[in-house]
Design a protein around this ligand. Structure first.
Ligand code: FES
Length: 314
């Protein structure tokens, strides 16, 4: 489980914003202020049989409540369905303190934000901050249609004519190569389905867009169903001790077995809570959290593996 503060928060508002997206406002029953957060942050929500991550998209200055949006995922693992069925006004949810792997860089300059579907939540919070700071930014929002685009009105209010919508039912699809050409020199942030980020990353590689300007957030595990795990060795740099990681076990499980305590939450490479460092090795990164720069020295042991031997900096 997460090593973060876990709070029992009360649902003070629960409303559908589209037929399959539920917006929840969460308050602490006793404390007037919740832990601070910054745009791009998410919280872990405990659900029956697991944990799910949801971005905060309310106003960070208003710490009286957290606001999240939960899409009912028909083919998901059941967590979103559980929240839709159980989160009513007056009910309580166990929620972690926020964590942010997707913060704005704060360097100024131009920003291009790309949202797909429910991935709009962190993009909305970022847009609000950029608009408040009078930053130079544009937002692209991809969805099937306006009626299936959660929080579209809120995003329009924040962005005005900085917002471009791409609704596939109208035959309008975002072209990743065109977007990247327009985004030259800008910080590029994206949150959405794997198909969207995969298209952007293909274009990034083809055009040589600087990876340090690219930031992404996923809330679904990367789909690599063809991946066949192999065994490998993990060396603990501080002691020289070697641990064998069999093909059918994760590095995180082996670390735990050997009393290297690590926080964890999702265990599918999307929350970032198990992150650790490494100093050498051919790592097979399978997480959806670390950007290309971070992957040079960090890995997610719940999902990522290595070829041969990896030396860990714990
Ligand atoms: S436990 Fe969530 S990324 Fe590893």
């Amino acid at each position: 489980m997460s090593d973060r503060l876990i709070m029992k928060l009360r649902v003070v508002s629960a409303r559908l914003t589209t037929p399959d997206v539920l917006v929840l406002d969460l308050q602490h029953p006793k404390r007037p202020l919740l832990p601070a957060w910054t745009p791009g942050a998410h919280v872990d929500v405990m659900v029956a049989g697991g944990v799910r991550q949801y971005s905060l998209w309310g106003d960070p200055e208003d710490r009286a409540y957290y606001r999240i949006a939960v899409k009912r995922e028909a083919g998901g693992r059941g967590g979103s369905k559980w929240i839709h069925d159980h989160a009513k006004e007056g009910s309580e949810l166990h929620v972690s303190a926020p964590r942010n792997h997707f913060g704005l860089d704060g360097k100024g300059g131009r920003h291009v934000l790309v949202a797909g579907g429910i991935g709009v939540t962190p993009i909305l919070a970022m847009s609000r901050a950029l608009a408040a700071g009078k930053a130079d930014f544009t937002v692209h929002y991809c969805a099937r249609s306006a009626s299936e685009a959660p929080l579209l009105d809120e995003l329009r209010t924040v962005c005005g004519d900085r917002l471009t919508t791409w609704f596939s039912q109208q035959g309008r699809r975002l072209d990743a190569n065109t977007l990247l050409a327009q985004a030259a020199g800008a910080e590029l942030y994206t949150c959405g389905p794997n198909s969207l980020t995969a298209a952007l990353e293909t274009a990034i590689a083809a055009q040589g867009f600087p990876v340090e300007l690219y930031h992404r957030e996923h809330f679904a595990a990367l789909s690599d169903a063809d991946f066949v795990p192999d065994s490998f060795e993990a060396v603990i740099a501080s002691s020289g001790r070697t641990l064998h990681v069999p093909a059918d076990r994760s590095l995180l499980e082996v670390l735990r077995d050997n009393h290297f305590v690590r926080g964890s939450s999702c265990e599918i490479g999307v929350c970032g809570s198990c992150e650790c460092g490494y100093v050498s090795g051919d790592v097979i990164h399978r997480d959806a959290v670390l950007d290309l720069k971070a992957r040079a020295s960090r890995l997610m042991p719940c999902i990522s593996r290595a070829r041969g031997t990896v030396t860990l900096d714990l």
